[in-house]
Ligand binder design. Structure first.
Ligand SMILES: Nc1ncnc2c1ncn2[C@@H]1O[C@H](COP(=O)(O)OP(=O)(O)O)[C@@H](O)[C@H]1O
Ligand SMILES: [Mg+2]
Length: 474
């Protein structure tokens, strides 16, 4: 880590900030009550002391020492221990009204000196302002902290600001200009979403950055999911064996959520919201690899926006050549004047008659089942079917399609964008129903059947395996 930045201690945030907060900067952390300001700043101090050997002082004008220590224990922060090790001091200034401005400053500076603190938290500006009758007294404190403590001692400082419920702007005045960075915490009560907004940060490109976060197990930001998050090249696919009575999706976290629901004869649905820009083939890959590598037949009638070539190439490095050539069929549409493709995995349709073309799908399915003697896993882009033949034709074929999967004991995942007409019929028929959505660049999965909280999708590379991880947002 560069000397010029200080790790925020918040999972997922440093990379967005270009390493962390500028060393010796003053950061304003604002938000309604209960949005997580105290958790954020406590974690900043705790991780700073534990991971970076930077001691810290927490100055609180409204919460007693014991309340703070007790609340923070729930997050795994043992401040009592840190205090004993001389890495932390808690300055309780509840009785601030009786003190003069200068003596408050002396107290803070004294605490900092005692442990040579490199981090300071002031909780909160709002409580401080209430304690003084004249606004300039609060300003003197902030100014002095800024010029002496923050800059002179290179003590990175967080000043918290309580934004009254119902108000959106911070509205402190001058202090917002003094601050090197302004962070705003928000909570959407209806959707149970928590959001961190970076309004300003010295050294970071000026644009509003929004990041979803959770307080579960500590303050944890969900950064935008991009393919470039894969730190090392992935080389292998790790098989997850199927159970006796159920199948594995190839994603351990998803299997845990589904229990043993994925069974032969299931007709399932995966909806991908229109704004999701993460490649579909990358999302489907673990499941496809897991079936193919266990010698099962796989059929893909391509969802919109996927090409047969891209789909196949994304599987090549992870599936045994033999299985790929024999057991994979990708159904694509032939466009007028398009050249013949000689790939045995790719079957081209004309989009002329839904009857004959669904029959092609069903025939490929039974051929593969007979050949492998195992249930066949198929992915069908019903959006493609609806676009090619229209809503009525797609609906007519649906009943027979479900019956075939059930009767023959195969496994189906239909993949659609939620905007198609027959979405409701597909939802009603589905055994497992999952939804993929993107919020503030981060990717989430939500189970409708079975019902789950929003699950953040991230990629984790370890020992040449890249796994999809699902973290609940609560
Ligand atoms: N152990 C815990 N795990 C997850 N969230 C918690 C836990 N304890 C409290 N919370 C949540 O933390 C929030 C309080 O955060 P806090 O940092 O005190 O807010 P602020 O300082 O902005 O008022 C509350 O919304 C509460 O629901
Ligand atoms: Mg608080």
């Amino acid at each position: 880590m560069s000397e010029k930045v200080v790790s925020s201690g918040i999972n997922g945030l440093d990379s967005v900030l270009g390493g962390g907060f500028p060393r010796g900067s003053l950061i304003l952390l604002a938000g309604n009550p209960g949005t997580g300001k105290t958790v954020f700043s406590a974690q900043f101090l705790y991780r700073g002391a534990v991971n970076h050997d930077e001691s810290g002082v927490y100055v609180n004008f409204c919460e007693s020492r014991q309340t703070f220590y007790d609340n923070m224990k729930a997050f795994g922060f043992d401040f009592e221990k840190l205090e004993k090790e001389g890495k932390f001091r808690y300055l309780d200034l509840l009785a601030v009204r009786e003190k003069a401005v200068s003596s408050i400053l002396d107290l803070i500076i004294e605490e900092i000196g005692k442990i040579k603190a490199k981090r300071l938290v002031l909780d909160s500006y709002s409580a401080l302002a209430q304690a003084f009758e004249k606004p300039f007294e609060t300003r003197i404190i902030v100014q002095t902290i800024f010029s002496r403590i923050t800059r002179q001692f290179e003590c990175t400082t967080l000043i918290l600001a309580e934004v009254p419920v119902g108000k959106e702007n911070i509205g402190l005045g001058m202090e917002e200009f003094v601050a090197d960075g302004i962070l705003m915490l928000k909570k959407d009560i209806e959707l149970l979403l928590r959001e961190l907004v970076i309004l300003k940060m010295r050294g970071v490109k000026v644009e509003t950055i929004k990041l979803l976060f959770t307080l579960d197990g500590g303050f944890h930001v969900f950064p935008p999911l991009t393919i470039s998050m894969i730190k090392e090249p992935e080389k292998k696919f790790e098989i997850i064996p199927h159970g006796k009575e159920h199948f594995s999706t190839g994603i351990q976290d998803l299997d845990n959520i589904l229990g043993e629901r994925l069974k032969a004869g299931n007709f399932n649905l995966l909806e991908i919201e229109p704004n999701v820009d993460f490649p579909t083939e990358r999302l489907l890959r673990p499941t496809l690899c897991n079936f193919l590598n266990q010698g099962q037949g796989v059929i893909i009638l391509l969802p919109q926006g996927l090409s047969g070539y891209v789909m196949k190439e994304s599987l090549v490095p992870f599936v045994k050549q033999e299985f790929l050539q024999k057991n994979l069929k990708i159904i694509d549409y032939r466009y007028a004047g398009e050249e013949e493709i000689k790939d045995p995995c790719i079957v081209k349709l004309n989009g002329v008659s839904i009857r004959s073309e669904m029959r092609t799908l069903w025939r490929l399915n039974s051929d593969l089942r007979n050949k492998t003697n195992k249930p066949v896993f198929s992915i069908v882009g019903y959006d493609t079917i609806e676009y090619a033949y229209g809503e009525k034709e797609a609906l007519k074929t649906l009943g027979e399609d479900v019956a075939r999967i059930r009767n023959m004991g195969d496994i189906r995942f239909n993949v659609i964008r939620p905007t198609i007409y027959i979405a409701n019929q597909l939802r009603a028929l589905s055994h497992i129903h999952l939804l993929v959505k993107q919020i503030d660049g981060a990717l989430f999965l939500r189970g409708i059947k079975p019902e789950t909280p929003l699950l953040n999708i991230s990629l984790e590379t370890k020992d040449q395996y890249t796994r999809i991880k699902l973290t609940p947002l609560v």
